[in-house]
Design a protein around this ligand. Sequence first.
Ligand SMILES: Cc1cc2nc3c(=O)[nH]c(=O)nc-3n(C[C@H](O)[C@H](O)[C@H](O)COP(=O)(O)O)c2cc1C
Length: 312
Amino acid sequence: MSEIDPRELRNAFGAFMTGVTVVTCLGPDGEPLGFTANSFTSVSLDPPLLLVCLAKSSYSKAEYTSAKGFAVNILAEDQQSISNTFARPVEDRYADIEWFTGPHGAPVFNGVTAWFDCSTHEMVDAGDHILMIGKVEAFDTSDHAPLGYARGGYFSQKLSEQAIEAATAETLRVGALVKNGNALLVIEDEDGLHVPSIPVKRKHGSDSNIDRVAKSLNLTLNRDFVYSVYEDSKAQHLIYRCETDDEEPAEGRFIPIRDIDASGFKDPAEQIMVRRFLSESRLGDFGVYFGDVEQGSVKRFTRDNQLETSFF
Ligand SMILES: Cc1cc2nc3c(=O)[nH]c(=O)nc-3n(C[C@H](O)[C@H](O)[C@H](O)COP(=O)(O)O)c2cc1C
């Protein structure tokens, strides 16, 4: 049997699309605690059980494992900053959070897609993590669309669809952040670095958009999701995140992600987007998070095509 490479395994685990949750409990002095987790899964309906994996490196491991219970808050698509706050060593993670005490006593956030307030059923030792198995004592759901997470990046299915809907025909450019392993496809000319993109004349669905970009690059692309939508003086830009196994693009070259300097991108919007991509790539995935998540530049479209403030 071949050796398991932890890095490759981490990438493989990270390819799986998940939601994003914040797991909360009260500490011994009643102080609210919480950490971001995408390892949440339902376990059983009768009895009602769920689980989430807690890294043994967690600063508050003792508090989570000895609390009488914990809550799982499923974050909504506009709560990415909450996810970032609860994944970082922030002094007071609750400073900007609106929350209340759940029926079983753990902190529940306002505006989430769903929450589950649990009693501790069992804590199971599992490698470098602890399986926190909770018995659901109370829960609620809302119609807020959930925040998604895959390959180290956040996404919102609903926003992606809205962005494509909102894009106007004349001014649309479709591009792609194309990853091959740990390298990113970059176009280089006398002005500096660019993300590959092409103008499209009409509005198309995601698959058709990506097919066109793939054709222009002569690559087979697997689309992950819409990564960024923004507008500048020239066009609306719709940028997808994609993967490929092909190594020889018709244009540009693959550069190892660790060697990319975002300031080499001359277009300011591309620079912000690539900076976000680089910082998310450095975050790694489940269980081995570190570093800082930077706010990116994805703009959100309202129904009447007005751009709202930065979403991601
Ligand atoms: C999207 C995302 C998902 C995460 N999932 C988990 C997880 O399932 N389990 C875990 O222990 N840490 C996970 N982390 C990392 C923790 O949130 C992070 O290490 C946090 O700082 C832990 O806080 P603590 O040390 O105060 O417990 C995740 C981070 C992010 C950004």
